[in-house]
Design a protein around this ligand. Structure first.
Ligand code: GLN
Length: 484
């Protein structure tokens, strides 16, 4: 008998009474117990709470019919979970136990999901490798001497290794899509305003968005349907109706217009990634999509603009960790000294670097030259996409210019690390939905990802393309040897 693995199949088996939520939960916890000592995908495992919650689903006939009934889910540790430690993988929040749930957690729970734990990430989601986690890096299930990507690396590794079928991450500049690509799973960053950020620990509030990691387009559609929608607690969420994402999974991409910004792909992309990308384009073409070369004239400025605005917003958001309102206090003789010592001991090196850059670009005399200029270029980048979307339906690039790199390889070179995001930050700057879809393995048997970006609120088209590739290829079913 084949064990149900994907959320959709698990949920169907539970609704039909062929499987109990308790058994599904136990399988997930067993896999975590077996694999996580090596992968460190989890920062906190909620074994007792999850088991109790699964039994409650089993005991309630109406809960068993809910859209994610009994499905084990992992949550990035920067999303608040009531009564469960939430640290954003920072020392400054060690021991913090939120008094409320994020809106996405409330919605998942209402949909019957069973949250099994909190996942490892870069401190405050700042990074591309999880090496900035204050509690040690997560590892890539395909090669444990390599990074799973970041910042939501733990969530990606948890799904790629089979510990859970679904995880949530957050994406400020690529933190869902890049780790999805490096771990060979699907990762979706919804349109800014589609999913509530209430209860997400803020990094850069005009970029942050929560989204799912899954192994299938169907599961991503089901999770998005649950977490999307207006939230009175987040005024940046919109009233736009939530689409029927599952209905978009027709497998039919005939006539889909795919724009390829060839000018961005001439240098800096590893040849094995270029090959995987071209393979993916060939499949789309064979499925009836129409490929066109497009230009995104300001795309080469995206990284600079992202790190100016993102750090400005971060420096402001992180001001609240002062040892009084939030954060672990380092006692001192005077209050000023206490602030300084708390922040000096509580924050890691990368977080401090960003606070300093952010404070600098916002300071009098530099604001116009850096922050304001960056906002102006952000508008130009957004307009490039508006222009492109008059001619095409999606824009295709590789998600990451390289496959998973070795732990330590970029840790001492921030610029190298920042370049991991060259293809992902634009979607955040423009507020657009974007997906990373598995597109096969390199010769070294490391996953590659195809990124598609669409018009605002057109997640359906992204999921439809992912589903079409799933039907035509075996890319979404490639599993690392340790798969649970
Ligand atoms: N890697 C990018 C950064 O370091 C993106 C992070 C994210 O999306 N949270 O800022």
């Amino acid at each position: 008998m084949t064990r149900e693995r994907e959320a959709h199949a698990l949920r169907a088996a539970i609704a039909a009474g062929r499987l109990s939520a308790a058994d599904a939960c136990r399988a997930s916890l067993d896999a975590i117990a077996r694999l996580d000592p090596e992968l460190h995908a989890f920062q906190h495992v909620m074994a007792d709470a999850a088991s109790a919650r699964a039994r409650a689903v089993d005991a309630d006939p109406s809960a068993k019919q809910a859209p994610l009934a009994g499905v084990p889910v992992a949550i990035k540790d920067n999303i608040l979970t009531r009564g469960v430690p939430t640290t954003a993988c920072s020392k400054i929040l060690e021991g913090y136990i939120p008094p409320y749930d994020a809106t996405v957690i409330e919605r998942l729970t209402r949909a019957g999901a069973v949250i099994v734990g909190k996942t490892n990430c870069d401190e405050f989601a700042m990074g591309s490798s999880t090496e900035n986690s204050a509690f040690g890096p997560a590892r890539n299930p395909w090669a444990t001497d390599r990074t799973p990507g970041g910042s939501s690396g733990g969530s990606a590794a948890a799904v790629a290794s089979g510990m859970v079928p679904i995880a949530l991450g957050s994406d400020t500049g690529g933190s869902i899509r890049q780790p999805a690509a490096l771990c060979g799973v699907l990762g979706l960053k919804p349109t800014y305003g589609r999913v509530s950020r209430y209860g997400l620990i803020a990094f850069a509030s005009s970029f942050d968005q929560i989204g799912p990691f899954t192994r299938t387009a169907r599961d991503a559609a089901d999770v998005l349907a649950v977490i999307a929608g207006h939230d009175p607690l987040d005024s940046t969420t919109v009233e736009t109706p939530v689409a029927d994402y599952a209905a978009a999974l027709t497998g039919d991409v005939r006539g889909l217009r795919v724009g390829v910004p060839g000018h961005l792909l001439t240098h800096g992309v590893d040849p094995d990634i270029t090959r995987a990308f071209e393979r993916a384009l060939d499949e789309l073409r064979a499925a009836g999509a129409e490929l066109t070369d497009i230009a995104l004239p300001h795309a080469d400025l995206a990284i600079a603009v992202y790190y100016l605005i993102g750090n400005a917003e971060a420096s402001s958001n992180l001001a609240r960790y002062d040892g009084v309102r939030y954060g672990r206090r380092a006692p001192a003789a005077t209050v000023t000294e206490m602030y300084a010592r708390t922040r000096d001991r509580g924050f890691g090196a990368e977080v401090k670097r960003r606070i300093m850059i952010g404070t600098y670009v916002l300071s009098a005399g530099y604001y116009d030259a850096y922050y304001l200029k960056a906002q102006q270029v952000r508008t130009l980048i957004r307009r490039d996409y508006d222009e492109a979307f008059t001619r095409v339906d999606v824009v295709a690039v590789p998600t990451s210019p390289t496959a998973a790199f070795r732990l330590g390889e970029r840790a001492s070179d921030p610029i190298q690390m920042y370049l991991s995001d060259v293809f992902t930050v634009s979607a955040n700057l423009a507020g657009l939905p974007a997906i990373s879809i598995p597109c096969g393995l390199t010769d070294a048997r490391l996953p590659a990802g195809l990124q598609l970006t669409a018009r605002p609120f057109d997640e359906s088209t992204l999921l439809r393309a992912a589903d079409a590739l799933e039907r035509r290829t075996s890319w979404a079913t490639e599993r690392p040897p340790i798969f649970a």
